[in-house]
Design a protein around this ligand. Sequence first.
Ligand SMILES: Cc1cc2nc3c(=O)[nH]c(=O)nc-3n(C[C@H](O)[C@H](O)[C@H](O)COP(=O)(O)O)c2cc1C
Length: 428
Amino acid sequence: MQPRQAIGKKFHDGTKHSYQSVLMNPNYVDQSTQPSSFKFYPHFYRRIKLDINNPIHKFIWLTSTITCEKFYQKTAYKLRVNPSAGGLYPTEIYVQIRGIENIIDGIYHLEVANNSLSLIYELIDDGLENYIIPGKCITGFIFLISCVYYRSSWKYQNRSWRYCCLDSGHHLGAIAASAYIHNREIQLIFDFNKLALNSDLGFENKEFITACAISGEFQDKQIRSLRLKIPFVCGTNYFEANQFIEDAYKVTAVQPSCQQKLEFPLYQFAREEFLRVIENRRSIRRFHKQPISQVNYLHILQETTKPIPAENFEKIEIFCVIHRIDDMVPGLYKGMGLIKEGNFCDKVGYLCVNQAIARDSAVTLFLVSAYQNYQTAMQIAGFIGHRVYLISNYLGIGCSGIGAFYDDETQEFLGTDKDVLYAIVIGK
Ligand SMILES: Cc1cc2nc3c(=O)[nH]c(=O)nc-3n(C[C@H](O)[C@H](O)[C@H](O)COP(=O)(O)O)c2cc1C
């Protein structure tokens, strides 16, 4: 049963896919009308070009940088460290830097297209802390993730509400991965005064903050809210409002998530090797239907259970449909518990809107939750998804997020009344 106070469920229900809905509305778009996926502040803002030989610069650079260019019909698509539904990249990163040598204390926008930071606000006695953790001052870094939602709603309409949140969770995962490489701890925060921040950062209705990641030292000190508003700069070259998404965001931005004790995960990756994995991470586009070993599979599952470093939290459960894993009976599992034995390749391919990668994978994971706050739950699902990508790639196994599935039929197949938030395929 969903808890009675589930915040945002009606916006999940309002974005369900079914066989009929996909048939009626297959999301075809004229590619030439795609809104821009890079945000630029005007030229007069001071910029720092990120130098990857400087560890502080590289820490920030590795959260978002472009790692590959692909050409489709002569158009170049720039792919990044973070995956994104449809490669539309609605998320942006802002970082407040305080007390770091050779960098002016300020709020910076990470200009991904040029690998640079634009200084959009200089700090005096003010900063982001008062919106996020009043009474504290952070020496170090406060990352904010925002969504320029039209980049995604242009194609996926209302369902893009889900993808904005999942992409945001992946972007948090990319920040966590960079933090690990740079020997830094991070804490994720989902419950804070997002609406006041959107207003003071000048986002109007076109961009909204979804999450925060802090890497730094906490000190007891009152920091006041921003003394000036930051001017509005549009993250796309044109814009069409979507009231459904704006309402979904607002409702889920102000209600509390579940709480848990803060605990940090312990990773044991070889750092050099892990860096190579981050820089080369890609979504698999086709599987050769080969099995993966049980040892590797258990390793991947174990990573998904490591603590998420956040006090605001939503519990995610994972159903696994095993198609091809050495020494394991094919079927539907919850953790290691077999629920239903059988070959469900075709069924799962169908449920994921007839996508061959869900049929040909070694295993397809479904992340479900009886959340209290939907915005938080979806981001945690994306964060876990990012871990699955990186650990799979680290083990030489392919992975892809799957945002498109027939909701009710998938729920029925899994035998759960919890909402299905995300699917992930892994295999060879
Ligand atoms: C939330 C989310 C949903 C996605 N859904 C699908 C999907 O349904 N089918 C698919 O083939 N790829 C899916 N992808 C993968 C994206 O298409 C891929 O991340 C994007 O094209 C960028 O490529 P890259 O991950 O190789 O950098 C999804 C990715 C994310 C983050």
